[in-house]
Design a protein around this ligand. Structure first.
Ligand code: NAP
Ligand code: HSE
Length: 368
């Protein structure tokens, strides 16, 4: 019989506490028929008293994540702290020691993905990050594995739940931006600092991760615009009046992330950008409301394929984290599956998508 895998969870906030609860309450059900059991060996937070009050057994808790990562009795590390440091160093240390890592941290992946991929490939430790894009939607594993025989020409979608929730509530219920943002924070959709959501930087991070799997290169997030031309970033310039006027013209305003290969003959460049745009109400993306995300791939020879589902929140995101843990329990590898090492194949360079095409005089670019 295979020995159980001893798992530590770094961070027990919106996502972490759902993962911890599932491991404690549904541990038996989470054992794959063809793999190892998962045993929760520790949980790290900053505020121990808050975690105990939240129901996490004191015996499992620690405020010393580096210590647990280095513990030879720990087999798998789940990073759900968020932010840059110390998350980056802890993930690198775990992978460097040959321990598989599951993370939902799109910031760390977008900013340090190349370094972390190199460590994982060197040591053979799996790095899995399905939860980093699309919350609970199984989009990255599908892209890297099920669509692997295709050439991806374009990735486009709604990849931030908070902003879609805000725009939907403002448009359909006439609610004020600040009120709806506060709701999104209470629901656990927004980042610890919600400016990353509303300014489009969270969507940029997710686009970098999607582009890595779709086009084979880690793009520089700092080079991906989070606005159209000189407009305010993300959704920060979208007003109630804009949404009402768009609705009267048969349009819906959405925050769209897009990365596409350049025109034929333009070389292997990727045009990437994030912007508030106006979509025809007949477009599938225009109908995506609330916290739902929708990500479309233009794949050759398959054609267009889309993935839709809950894009943020504790239970949805924990679903993806636990799916990655089960994959590791079954001996699965990294989220990039059998794709070549980043930068080793048909290498893509980044071309800024400074402007989505806007009709003259229009307040927003209009996409079909
Ligand atoms: P959160 O609610 O802010 O929880 C963060 C947890 O990490 C808390 O338990 C916190 O401890 C701990 N932590 C933070 N910084 C730490 C540090 N420097 N040292 C030790 N512990 C630290 O965050 P979350 O919403 O669960 O998000 C976690 C990760 O998942 C982030 O990378 C986020 O981008 C990603 N994600 C979130 C969602 C979502 O819908 N929320 C969806 C997809 C991906 P204390 O509470 O004690 O401070
Ligand atoms: N803050 C993110 C969002 C969480 O609203 O989409 C999911 O990645």
């Amino acid at each position: 019989m295979t020995a159980p895998l001893r798992v530590v969870v770094l961070g027990a906030g919106t996502v972490g506490r759902e993962v911890v609860r599932a491991l404690l309450e549904r541990g038996d059900a989470l054992r794959p028929a063809d793999g190892a059991a998962l045993e929760l060996a520790g949980v790290t937070v900053r505020d121990l008293a808050k975690a105990v009050a939240g129901g996490i057994p004191e015996a499992l808790l620690s405020d010393a994540p580096a210590h647990l990562v280095a513990d030879p009795d720990v087999d798998v590390v789940v990073e759900l702290m968020g932010g840059d440091e110390p998350a980056r160093t802890l993930i690198a240390a775990a992978l460097g020691a040959g321990k598989p890592v599951v993370t939902a941290n799109k910031h760390v992946l977008a900013h340090h993905g190349a370094e972390l991929e190199a460590i994982a490939r060197r040591t053979g430790a799996a790095l899995r990050f399905e939860a980093a894009v699309g919350g609970g939607i199984p989009v990255l594993t599908s892209l890297a594995a099920d669509l692997a025989s295709n050439e991806i020409e374009r990735v486009r979608g709604i990849v931030n739940g908070t902003t879609n929730y805000i725009l939907s509530a403002m448009a359909s219920e006439g609610r004020a931006y600040a009120d709806v943002l506060a709701d999104a924070q209470r629901a656990g959709y927004a980042e610890a600092d919600p400016s990353a959501d509303v300014e489009g930087l969270d969507a940029v991070n997710k686009l970098v991760i999607l582009a890595r799997l779709a086009f084979g290169a880690w793009l520089d997030p700092a080079e991906i615009p989070n606005r159209n031309g000189g407009d305010p970033p993300g959704i920060t310039g979208v007003t109630q009046a804009d949404l009402a006027a768009a609705g009267e013209s048969g349009l819906a305003i959405k925050l769209i992330a897009e990365a596409a290969r350049g025109e034929a003959g333009a070389g292997d460049t990727i045009q990437a950008g994030v912007s508030s745009v106006a979509l025809s109400q007949w477009s599938e993306l225009a109908w995506i409301g609330g916290v739902t995300n929708c990500i479309e791939f233009d794949a050759v020879p398959l054609g267009r394929v889309g993935f839709t589902g809950p894009g943020a929140g504790g239970p949805a995101t924990a679903s993806a984290v636990l799916g990655d843990l089960l994959a590791i329990a079954r001996g699965g590898g990294s989220t990039w599956a059998g794709l070549p090492e980043a930068g080793s194949g048909r290498v893509a360079t980044l071309a800024r998508k400074d402007s989505f095409d806007a009709p003259s005089g229009a307040r927003y670019p209009v996409l079909p």
